[in-house]
Design a protein around this ligand. Structure first.
Ligand SMILES: C[S@@+](CC[C@H](N)C(=O)[O-])C[C@H]1O[C@@H](n2cnc3c(N)ncnc32)[C@H](O)[C@@H]1O
Ligand code: SF4
Length: 354
């Protein structure tokens, strides 16, 4: 490559898919799967890794070793991630929450503690939070997260039933009782807050949701933030629904939620204010839909049929490139027509060689 940029390093394979390290000189903006995403609020998404050890039957992002739609996995260079974060955080007028949310499991990032520490030190940051299903947690991991300055864990816990958990998560070793015990340790022995976020899978875990919520309230989740949120199951275009769960409408979901609120005697819906969340300025969208841009393919793409590219004009961005018929090659330059630019996440269709 002659772009002054190091190319992504193929550092191994994960479940037979290439695993790339995106180096320091790569942009950390523009890609849905890794880097930083600015959705125009003071909550900035930080995605250091795509890897996940679980195989949740309902996973919206088809993560884990049994993924069928993914083509490659990535993790980002720490400095590149922090630079992208700084770029986004610097335009915000309100203080920022850095939310490590990922299309995988944030705790698989080898530099997770350094990442949290650095995010926490950023002058525009008021809080750092991490979303997890909890499999990689241990007391030692929790202590290190605390030491690094983590403010909150959003814990996705959907059942206490071990057999059901095995079926839902496709991971023999996952023990919900162990995760619950660790979460309780975190609430009681550290200053990290706990926000419990079970996913309602209608007909599969109705009673489990109630049990999880009652447990979360009992152990003192929500020291500073709301204690619980029930997530609505959605069928995603690139996700999976191995158990054929029925997707309910938003109005059915809210009706069910209201009933549940009355039953357990606690609120389950929160507004942006209660989360300290506000709409805010955002970094500029660089490319319009329909615009032609030059881009170089730097690695295989995240999903089948895709390539990962870097744009060649002005400030570089990561871009997902799609070529429908013929093959495209890593290291070659192409002209792409922008088909998606929402929240500065760019997708382009290759229309010719550059
Ligand atoms: C994709 S996961 C990534 C973070 C982490 N691996 C986890 O599961 O917490 C983010 C959140 O999406 C939720 N989720 C997964 N599949 C979903 C689906 N089909 N509909 C709605 N939420 C989903 C998970 O329960 C989790 O809370
Ligand atoms: S829901 Fe989270 S833990 Fe489960 S497979 Fe998807 S990314 Fe992994």
């Amino acid at each position: 490559m002659n772009t002054g940029m190091d190319k992504p390093l193929l550092i191994g394979r994960f479940a037979e898919k290439p695993l790339y390290y995106l180096p320091r000189s790569m942009p950390g903006l523009g890609f849905i799967a890794a880097g930083v995403i600015d959705r125009g609020t003071n909550v900035v998404q930080v995605r250091p890794t795509t890897l996940c050890p679980m195989n949740c039957a309902f996973c919206s992002v088809d993560a884990g070793p049994l993924s069928s739609r993914r083509h490659a996995e990535y993790f980002m260079d720490l400095e590149a991630l922090l630079e992208a974060f700084n770029q986004v955080a610097s335009v915000k007028t309100a203080m920022v929450e850095a939310l490590i949310d990922t299309v995988g499991e944030g705790l698989t990032y080898p530099y997770i503690y350094s990442l949290i520490k650095s995010l926490k030190k950023h002058p525009r940051v008021k809080s750092v939070a991490l979303e997890t299903h909890g499999a990689p947690l241990s007391k030692q991991v929790i202590n290190k997260l605390w030491e690094a300055g983590l403010d909150r864990v959003n814990l996705s816990l959907d059942t206490f039933n071990r057999e059901k958990a095995k079926m839902l998560y496709g991971l023999e070793s996952y023990d919900p009782a162990r995760v619950a015990e660790l979460a309780e340790y975190m609430v009681k022995e550290t200053s990290i807050d706990l926000h419990v976020t079970p996913l309602w899978l209608p007909g599969l875990n109705d009673q489990d949701i109630e049990d999880v919520l009652n447990w979360a309230l009992k152990i003192g989740a929500g020291k500073k933030w709301p204690p619980t949120t029930v997530q609505k199951f959605n069928v995603h275009r690139h996700g999976r629904n191995r158990l054929g769960v029925k997707q309910v409408s938003w109005s059915e979901f809210y009706k069910w939620l209201e009933k549940l609120e009355r039953k357990i005697g606690a609120r389950l819906r929160w507004d942006m204010n209660e989360w300290g969340m506000t709409y805010d300025r955002r970094i500029p969208i660089l490319y319009r839909r329909g615009e032609l841009v030059g881009a170089m393919i730097v690695a295989e793409g995240w999903l089948k049929g895709e390539f990962l590219g870097v744009t060649l004009h002005g400030e570089p961005r990561l871009i997902t490139l799609i070529r429908e018929k013929s093959v495209a090659a890593i290291g070659r330059k192409y002209i792409a027509k922008i088909v998606e630019n929402k929240d500065g996440i760019y997708v382009g269709k290759i229309v010719g060689e550059a």
